[in-house]
Design a protein around this ligand. Sequence first.
Ligand SMILES: O=C(O)CCC(=O)C(=O)O
Ligand SMILES: [Fe+2]
Length: 296
Amino acid sequence: MLITKSRMVELINNKSPNAQCTMEPKAKKIKTGEGLVSEWPKFSERIDEKKERKFFLDEGYVKLSDFLSEKEVAGINSELDRYRKDVVPELPPKRAFFEKKDDASTIIRLERMADFDHFFQDLSESPAFNGLADLLLGVDCEPNNVQFFSKPPGAKDTPPHQDGIYFMHDKGITFWLALDDADEENGAMSYVPQTYKLGELKHKRTDQLGFSKALVDYTETMQKDAVLMPAKKGTLLGHHPYTVHVAGKNKSSTRWRPALGLTYWAKSCRDDEELKEKHKNYQKKLMEELKDAGRI
Ligand SMILES: O=C(O)CCC(=O)C(=O)O
Ligand SMILES: [Fe+2]
């Protein structure tokens, strides 16, 4: 789906972090191999809710193997191909990051995909995902962001961090959906169990595109405790904003490591004007720095 440049500017400039797409809902008609995402089976039919909530409360993360079927993942991957072909060329710089500047084949990150495309908005609202954050966090949540995280062959590691440093709060959750198999070779994620109980830890700036913050002190204990999360295609990982996580570099020369990030925030964040202002200022500063450094 193509949207005009002026519409894009409008979306970027005028919308809050929780902006919703307001285009005509054409893509709601798009069927994946498994039908409309708005009619996909609810998460409660896919997992043992009680067991996963308990695990999340203990450890600060979940690993839900076989969460989506092969066909469901294939449906998302084909929509992602369309997005890359039709939407990415029109995106403003801060919504697409490439490992090699201006080389679209080296995408490492797509941002706020639900703001530009109804399929990804529908996906974040699909009963397969929407509501799972509420279950794990115990508060009413809503979709916040849909992102594409990719590691092309040879791509750098993801520095140890907590998402809460980007969120600027802890009332949310990040889900990470493996769109292909991820393992030690191509840069799977690792979680450090129970670190969410430590609260917000100190971070420093990095010069890494897409990951501008890293833990100041990724302690030896954390490194020893970190658990690798090999994830077969269709596996859904989820982590608390204060769970320390890291991903290795992609050591393969042929395999990519594509994943979709879906974040959900407590509905209470919507009315938090101070939070919105802080996000606006941070984004502005970051973009200026990236532009000055010639990275975007
Ligand atoms: O995909 C990655 O390498 C890291 C993703 C991440 O930091 C996240 O999902 O919070
Ligand atoms: Fe993260």
